[in-house]
Write a protein that binds this ligand. Structure first.
Ligand SMILES: Cc1cc2nc3c(=O)[nH]c(=O)nc-3n(C[C@H](O)[C@H](O)[C@H](O)COP(=O)(O)O)c2cc1C
Ligand code: SF4
Length: 443
């Protein structure tokens, strides 16, 4: 498999989470180099590297860093999005657990480049052990003078770093909801550009704020140590460097794999091979992206453009493998239950729509499917997609549209025969009642 360990280079080294081992292996050299450069030159290194945000959207990192205003007296805040709620994604967890200094160093580098006053690492509530590791790494960094006042002896380079635990809400990974939550408000999204300033101009506490994902900051550490041009040698024309892919599902060796951008998608199936049956489908970028049928996979590479051209997305790199015992309709029911549960309820299309999607899928998979249910699902998805206040609505609609496109006959089978097309189910399964109020009685 085309493994290319840049961030994961030292993942297997015993004690790498400790300052002394990390430093022995070149840790904090990226920061030491960064502070010899002008702040703009650090941003230019990121620009040269071509790094794009690894939280899902792939937004060019340097544009955010460059957008932070330099001529204001307001404090500047940096946020690391370590909420990692996207189903199938667990790369940030491993980065924080095993390589906490890679993240701390990346956040100090970004703090230097963006005139940071303080940084917040917003970690999802379930990630207790990664939060401990980060906490310990921060303490060690203070002792070494990489955090605090006059960092590395540079007069006026004062920067603090804090851990802030979320409460396990998927929506709090959306950056404006995250900022609300960080400020002690309810984790709802806020109106963003084009109607209001981007967080780089006005984020938390009405101050310039930079929000990046864990992997993005870790990549910045590598880039400042090795140079943006080195990073840009890897990958495709528009998707540079490497991406960590979290492989899970019907696969013999589920794990995080760091691969060069542009690696053929099928390469990842070499992670021990598909288990329990023949390959049926893959979701390449987390549960919110469209599922891809097996016979189309040979055309897809793991980069932003190739995935988009094939009708899916690289997203956060949550790569889920499904064998031919998988019932796609049941999979979509479970997926829609997740989005219904995680909808924050602020806007109607998502609050009501996610519930309707789940109800219909629950009814179909309880043997109560009706003619026209597929069109109804598609209609509801079209009313949610692009009409919701934040991206969670789109994330709820896309997988269902994708599944109907790729596996329509399975939905039709369920509706006509009142049972699964998979395996030897002779009778409809007993409804899985999540909440009695939500389950419709089969007609
Ligand atoms: C519903 C929703 C959940 C999200 N969850 C996460 C998350 O857990 N982690 C993350 O980094 N980005 C998440 N994002 C994307 C963030 O809003 C934001 O774009 C990202 O943190 C920016 O960092 P990047 O530029 O380094 O990718 C989510 C977006 C949406 C719409
Ligand atoms: S789309 Fe609307 S209801 Fe759904 S999470 Fe976003 S703001 Fe909340």
């Amino acid at each position: 498999m085309a493994i290319r360990n840049l961030l994961f280079e030292h993942r297997e080294i015993a004690g790498i989470e400790e300052m002394d081992v990390y430093e022995k292996l070149g840790g904090y050299e990226g920061l030491r180099r960064a502070v010899t450069l002008e702040r703009q030159a650090v941003i230019d290194e990121i620009k040269t590297s071509g790094l794009r945000g690894r939280g899902g959207a792939g937004f060019p990192t340097w544009i955010k860093w460059n957008g932070i205003p330099k001529n204001t007296d307001k404090p500047h805040y940096l946020i690391c999005n370590a909420d990692e709620g996207e189903t199938g994604t667990y790369k940030d967890r491993e980065l924080m657990l095993k390589l906490p200094h890679l993240l701390v160093e990346g956040m100090v580098i970004a703090g230097y480049a963006c005139l940071g006053t303080a940084g917040y690492i917003y970690i999802r509530g379930e990630y207790v052990e990664p939060a401990w590791q980060i906490r310990k790494a921060i303490d060690q960094a203070y002792k070494k003078g990489y955090l605090g006042k006059n960092i590395l002896g540079i007069e006026g380079f004062n920067y603090d770093l804090y851990v802030h635990m979320g409460a396990g809400s998927y929506e709090c990974g959306e950056e404006s909801a995250l900022m609300s939550s960080l400020m002690g408000e309810r984790g709802n999204p806020r109106l963003k550009a084009p109607h209001a300033p981007l967080p780089v101009h006005e984020g938390v506490w009405k101050s310039p704020t930079l929000v990046n994902n864990v992997e993005t900051y870790c990549a910045a550490t590598w880039i400042l140590k090795n140079g943006g041009a080195e990073y840009a040698k890897l990958g495709t024309e528009r998707s540079k460097g490497t991406k960590i892919i979290s492989v899970s599902g019907h696969i013999a060796k589920p794990a995080n794999y760091e691969v060069e951008m542009g690696t053929p998608l099928l390469e990842l199936l070499k992670a021990g091979g598909v288990t329990g049956g023949k390959l049926k489908a893959v979701i390449p970028g987390g549960s919110s992206v469209p599922i891809m049928i097996a016979d189309k996979l040979d055309k897809i590479n793991l980069d932003y453009e190739s995935c988009a051209a094939s009708g899916t997305m690289l997203g956060s790199g949550g790569f889920m493998v499904f064998n031919d015992t998988t019932d796609i309709v049941l999979l979509m029911k479970r997926t829609s239950e997740f989005y219904m549960h995680e909808s924050c309820g602020k806007c109607t299309p998502c609050r009501e729509g996610t519930r309707w999607l789940f109800k219909i899928l629950d009814r179909i998979t309880s043997g109560g499917g009706r003619e026209g249910d597929i069109e109804l699902l598609l209609d509801i998805c079209s009313q949610i997609d692009g009409r919701s206040y934040c991206g969670l609505g789109d994330a709820a609609a896309w997988p269902i549209v994708g599944a109907i496109k790729a596996f329509r006959e399975e939905f039709e089978y369920w509706i006509e025969h009142k049972c699964s097309p998979i395996g030897d189910h002779a009778v409809p399964p007993t409804p899985v009642v999540v909440n009695p109020l939500l389950t419709l009685t089969p007609a």
